[in-house]
Design a protein around this ligand. Sequence first.
Ligand SMILES: *Cc1c(COP(=O)(O)O)cnc(C)c1O
Length: 426
Amino acid sequence: MKRDSKVFEIIEKERQRQMSGLELIASENFVSDEVMEAMGSVMTNKYAEGYPGKRYYGGCQFVDETEQLAIDRLKELFGAVWANVQPHSGAQANMAVFLTLLKPGDKFMGLDLSHGGHLSHGSKVNSSGMLYDPIAYEVDEETGMVDYDKMEEVALREKPKLILAGASAYSRDWDYKRMREIADKIGAFLMADIAHPAGLIAVGLLNDPLKYCHVVTSTTHKTLRGPRGGIIMMGEDFENPFGKKTMKGVVRKMSSLFDSGVFPGTQGGPLEHVIAAKAVAFGEALTKEYKDYMKQVKSNAEVMAQAFVEKGYHVISEGTDNHLMLIDLRTKFPEITGRKVENTLVLADITVNKNMVPFDTRSPFQASGLRVGTPAITTRGMKEEHMPVIVDFIDQMISDIDNEELIPKIKKQVNEMMAEFPMFAW
Ligand SMILES: *Cc1c(COP(=O)(O)O)cnc(C)c1O
């Protein structure tokens, strides 16, 4: 019996929910038992403002070791020349980079939120949209892919100080080389936020942003399958934006500015228990097992997208290069909102999220789309053959959305299916 039975009973219910449901939220995953163990460790008790070897508190010799290990493993994983593992989340990592590279009022350009961009890329309700002056590029209405020609046109006209690649609901790879050419034409910084596809990039299944971007941010808890958190990295190959003579000098100068952007710029003490868990996750991501996992995630997503297309759904951009897909419900079910589908599927233990689609005619609270991803179910061990079964559950429920008798039937099948895929030690 726990002293605080109230909280631990709720946690147990959440554990059961995760075990018995079909988790299709593209940004979620299940961490390993060792990532979990490091997160719940004594490292949480330690204050460590500053960086390894340069702390404002005594007794940091061991958190220095785990933080340095996290940094070194992350650099190896992405071939980065510098990394900061302290951002508490992806949004915090972006905030620190903006604080470093922009002044209040400066213009920057990111993907429109309703076309797949993220809140922290200039939304009016986020500090990025309040402190700076965001402008947006879009996807092409026909192809559903980022329109780089239009992006260039807008960039040349508006001259943003920073251009941001990356999205939360975009299923295609990015042309970082082209974006770098656009940025160079106007002397802008190029930043990539790879919060979603980071794991696929790490194992070489997608284009490498570190080759072309001045700075790259990410979360650690989506495809990377680590604890909830953020990171910032710099690659080797970029020109000298600070007037330094050597590459080493540029890295030294910029990295110390980014470090200051995180602490003391936007954060206080780092979460050393989470950083220890990041070190564990980066170690796992360097293994062959993880690479195989990522290949499976991508293959499952391809098969799932195909299964949706075969059922007559419109998958934006007609498919996926990564771990997720965006489904426009309007083609098959013009009357049904994303919100209604999300709320109905969850009753059968199928978790997805409603999402705006490009050129959506509904509000973000209703939305006409669904975002679906394969990282979590692939961690559970699901393979290509299970994807059409899942799509069939979803299609049955949407096709008969007001039939309350169908819900327990699908739920039973979902629970039975998930019982065949137990999760790790916990
Ligand atoms: C998820 C996401 C983030 C934010 O991550 P949090 O850890 O939730 O702050 C930032 N950028 C993109 C593109 C994302 O998809």
